[in-house]
Design a protein around this ligand. Structure first.
Ligand code: HEM
Ligand SMILES: Cc1cc2nc3c(=O)[nH]c(=O)nc-3n(C[C@H](O)[C@H](O)[C@H](O)COP(=O)(O)O)c2cc1C
Length: 587
């Protein structure tokens, strides 16, 4: 079960990079040995002390110029002179240069999900630095290029003076920011990943090396960010009831999520725009998930294309796809067919974002805030934030009826992501879904909703039949555990009908510790998603950052399990935790 998907290619790549050499001794040798623990053999040196002397695994700088994917588009049209491009600075036609190719954007302006202004403001310029961090590398390939965009041809050879005329105008502020990002990345490179000993450290080290736009987009949440904060503290009200003297040397935290093997009970929650944090973006996540054996949830708004990520998939590597349904159902169907053809292992239909939340950090960076005209995500005429651009095509009229439509198009298991009440959990079950992801989108949508954990507790209280039978008992000591205290895990005692069919419950939001993952599992979830943590990890150190994050989580999960007395995921039960303030069990 603890199968990894690493192939010779991955191993060679990693060996070539000297990756493992850079791991702090204070952390386990990785997700590879199921008996590893950072409190065992050779682990006494502090991660900080070690970092100073270790060759850095952070390769961003060394490879910055070489890791770009091949984005050369097939030849098209005749050479276009710089003078011709500059001429379009006035008049109706809007041309731009990207990677040495000239494009006529005139007919696409109003359809651009990022709004027309950003393109108009930079017309007749080489917009490559603006374009690349936000769009898939194959966006300009035939078949991916929107029909409204005309590829005119290559920019004719020109002198540096001529090229100056089409250079992107970069403000002094922007230049200072680029300088800051560069310096901070160098510092990180020198420090090495040894300084990062828990998931929160990734956030701490990511902030200074991200652009302001990237930081605002990743860190932001709705309104006053109250739900985001509540997510992070919620697990403190669940306390462990550890058992002792249980032979815990061997520990295996591998499991299955939606029928797919996973080396750990965690998955990468789908989050958009990974390229804002690192040039390879989501590819880092696909590779890191593949080599460590966890499952990546791929966002509909990923900054790498589906094809790019599928090309990085290890043989047999499970992937989940997060679906936003386009208001144009033909486009939506086309996407579902691609998901089907891509043999994804589950679809997460995101339901908590019919319109984008009001993420103020994001909005402030773009200047003027303009309320959404018509009340829902109409085509944004402004760029009021990266987030707002994202929701331009999403159908705000999606309803429970559409679940049947989706299921009629594919046999891939479907989960509803963003369930926040027991009522909707029941509806998802009745609609024939294969599972739910309890989530408030990391607090990025409706602010002051309850933390995701509270929704799980509500489901446990009011609709326990949605949980696997062995998780329906209240927390705390159960009659079974008292009758047979030597048996760590009370016998399965399906009350009522059991589970007539598969219905898996996942949760995400605010999870940064192995203890939190284990608590959620004791309460009956199948798997736990982590969003920002992996975005920050890949921002700090690309693929190695993702692997390092998985190593950290593996060590923490296994440590928590061992100290709890459990050595397999199947051992975990509600009697191993207690929820502060939960009504006492009936006598
Ligand atoms: C081939 C033509 C283009 C396509 C198909 C395209 C597509 C998109 C899409 C789908 C988004 C939404 C976010 C996402 O999911 O990635 C977006 C955002 C964005 N695009 Fe484009 N784009 C194109 C050209 C351009 C050009 C030429 C520029 C620069 C002048 C540009 C600048 C941006 C920016 C800055 C955003 C983020 C929105 C914001 O920050 O407010 N795009 N684009
Ligand atoms: C920057 C960012 C982008 C996100 N993009 C998406 C998305 O495209 N689709 C989606 O369903 N959820 C998206 N999410 C929500 C995550 O899937 C997940 O629910 C959330 O991040 C979990 O909270 P955490 O970040 O505290 O772990 C995004 C979250 C972040 C932080």
């Amino acid at each position: 079960m603890s199968r990894l998907f690493a192939t010779a290619r991955t191993s060679a790549r990693r060996a070539g990079l000297g990756l493992r050499a850079g791991l702090p001794a204070g952390l386990p040798a990785g997700a590879r040995s199921s008996s590893s623990s950072w409190s065992r053999g050779g682990s006494k040196r502090s991660a900080l002390a070690l970092a100073a002397g270790v060759a850095s695994p952070v390769l961003y700088f060394l490879t910055r110029d070489t890791i770009e994917l091949d984005t050369s588009v097939p030849p098209q049209g005749k050479n276009v002179s710089v003078a011709d491009v500059v001429k379009r600075r006035d008049g109706d036609e809007v041309w731009v240069v990207i990677d040495g190719e000239v494009y006529d954007m005139t007919k696409f302006l109003q359809d651009h999900p990022g709004g027309p202004d950003i393109i108009v403001a930079n017309r007749s310029r080489d917009v490559t630095p603006l374009f690349k961090p936000r769009h898939p590398s194959d966006q300009l390939f035939p078949g991916h290029l929107p029909a409204e965009v005309k590829h005119l041809g290559p920019l004719a050879p020109a002198s540096s003076d001529e090229l100056e005329a089409i250079k992107l105008e970069i403000s002094a502020e922007q230049l200072a920011e680029d300088e800051r990002v560069l310096t901070e990345r160098k510092k990180m490179d020198e420090r090495g990943l040894g300084v990062i000993v828990n998931m929160k450290d990734f956030e701490k080290f990511a902030e200074p090396l991200l652009s302001k736009v990237a930081w605002a987009y990743y860190a932001s949440a709705g309104d006053d960010e109250i739900t985001k904060l509540a997510n992070a503290s919620a697990y403190q009200k669940v306390l462990f009831r550890p058992r002792v003297l249980r032979r815990v040397e061997q520990c295996d935290a591998s499991t299955e999520l939606m029928g797919s093997p996973s080396s750990l009970p965690i998955f990468i929650a789908p989050a958009a725009m990974a390229k804002l944090g690192h040039p390879l973006g989501e590819i880092n996540l696909t590779r890191g998930a593949g080599s460590t054996g966890i499952i990546q949830g791929i966002s509909s708004n990923a900054s790498c294309s589906m094809d790019e990520m599928l090309a990085e998939r290890e043989p047999g590597q499970p992937l989940f796809y997060q679906l936003y349904v386009n208001r144009d159902r033909a486009k939506a169907e086309e996407l579902v067919r691609k998901i089907d053809a891509g043999k994804f292992n589950a679809i997460m239909l995101t339901a908590d974002a019919p319109v984008g939340g009001k993420r103020e950090r994001d909005i402030r960076l773009k200047g003027e805030f303009e309320g959404p005209a018509g009340g829902v995500a109409v085509k944004s005429k402004d760029t009021a934030g990266v987030a707002q651009a994202m929701f331009a095509g999403v159908d705000p009229n999606l309803s429970w009826d559409d679940v049947a439509w989706l299921k009629s198009l594919t046999n891939i298991p479907v989960m509803i992501k963003g369930v926040q009440t027991v009522e909707d959990a029941l509806l998802a079950y009745e609609a024939g879904c294969d599972g739910i992801v309890i989530s408030n989108h990391g607090g990025r949508q409706l602010d002051t909703t309850r933390p995701a954990l509270d929704v799980l507790l509500e489901i446990r209280r009011l609709a326990p039949h949605l949980l696997r039978p062995e998780f329906r008992t209240p927390t705390g000591p159960s009659p079974d555990s008292l009758a047979e205290p030597a048996r760590l895990t009370p016998k399965d005692r399906p009350d009522g009908a059991g589970m007539p069919r598969r219905f898996e419950i996942f949760i995400d939001g605010g999870v940064s510790r192995g203890t939190e993952v284990v608590k959620a599992l004791c309460l009956g979830v199948n798997g736990v998603g982590i969003g920002r943590g992996f975005l920050y990890a890949q921002s700090v150190a690309g693929e190695e950052g993702v692997e390092h994050a998985v190593d950290i989580m593996k060590a923490e999960i296994e440590l928590a399990m061992r100290l709890l007395g459990a050595t397999r995921i199947a051992d975990l039960r509600p009697c191993m935790v207690e929820v502060v303030g939960e009504a006492p069990r009936p006598a």
